[in-house]
Design a protein around this ligand. Structure first.
Ligand code: C5P
Length: 243
């Protein structure tokens, strides 16, 4: 139970009112969903690991001057974030063919792409998050051309950082998804990285064995999801705290 006002509840997270205006508390649940929530399960401890892994990544992004909504982790399941206006796009960056790209274009999973590819999906559960182009995004006003430029620049920088971070611990960054938001400060608006970056939103393969260390373990009924996320945390040197 919580005394705080709940602002929004998603499939894997809850947003509560924050302690100060312009802040929110992002709470990580243990729920695992796939295929637009057609598949659902609760995996004890997943939220704790994602909170910790996402904290590690967002702290590094902030330190590198890549703007994010993240302020600090509060406890095992919660982090303090800045309130942003979420841009209704899922921004996917791909380095290796997998998932929906492999299926759509008939590529073999694991094929290195000639260069990194950015894709946009319109965030809409009823429509199953359809793939959209820059033309759709600007024509329907989901983001301005300038915002779209900013989003792509952020996506490229996050990809460069994440690819290096994971390569350093023997993990191949196949693809990932970010969400971006508009943050107002002193009447100035800038686009920042929001939501989370965790094994729920990335494809991570062991460099040597190609073993999957991400949510595909759940999507494809491979089992061992918690152990895989724990291994990611361990390799990043951030074992979760015990209480
Ligand atoms: O399924 P697909 O191949 O399009 O997913 C690309 C990447 O985006 C994967 O890393 C997946 O985990 C992530 N993704 C996500 N949330 C979604 C859809 C995809 O985090 N709703």
């Amino acid at each position: 139970m919580s005394r705080r006002r709940r602002i929004y509840e998603g499939k894997a997270k809850i947003l509560y009112e924050g302690p100060e205006p312009g802040t929110l508390i992002q709470h990580f649940k243990d729920d695992a969903t796939a295929f637009n929530a057609k598949k659902h399960s609760v995996i004890d401890g997943k939220g704790v690991l994602n909170n910790r892994i996402s904290e590690h990544i967002f702290t590094n992004l902030n330190d590198m001057g890549i703007p994010t909504h993240f302020i600090r982790r509060l406890n095992m399941r919660e982090q303090l974030i800045r309130e942003v206006e979420i841009i209704p796009l899922e921004v996917v960056v791909r380095n290796v063919a997998a998932g929906s790209l492999a299926k759509r274009l008939g590529l073999e999973e694991g094929t290195q792409l000639p260069r990194s590819i950015i894709e946009f999906y319109y965030k809409n559960d009823e429509l199953n998050d359809p793939l959209v182009t820059e033309e759709h995004i600007t024509a329907f006003g989901w983001a301005t051309p300038q915002e779209l430029d900013d989003i792509m620049a952020l996506a490229v920088r996050v990809n460069d950082f994440l690819a290096g971070l994971f390569l350093g611990v023997g993990i191949r960054l196949v693809d990932f998804k970010i969400e971006c938001g508009r943050l107002w400060e002193n009447d100035m608006m800038r686009v920042v990285v929001a939501d989370e970056i965790s094994p729920d939103s990335c494809r991570l393969w062991d460099l040597k064995t190609n073993e999957k260390m991400d949510k595909d373990r759940f999507r494809r009924d491979l089992g061992g999801l918690l152990e895989a996320y724990q291994e990611v945390a361990q390799r990043l040197g951030i074992l979760p705290e015990q209480d």
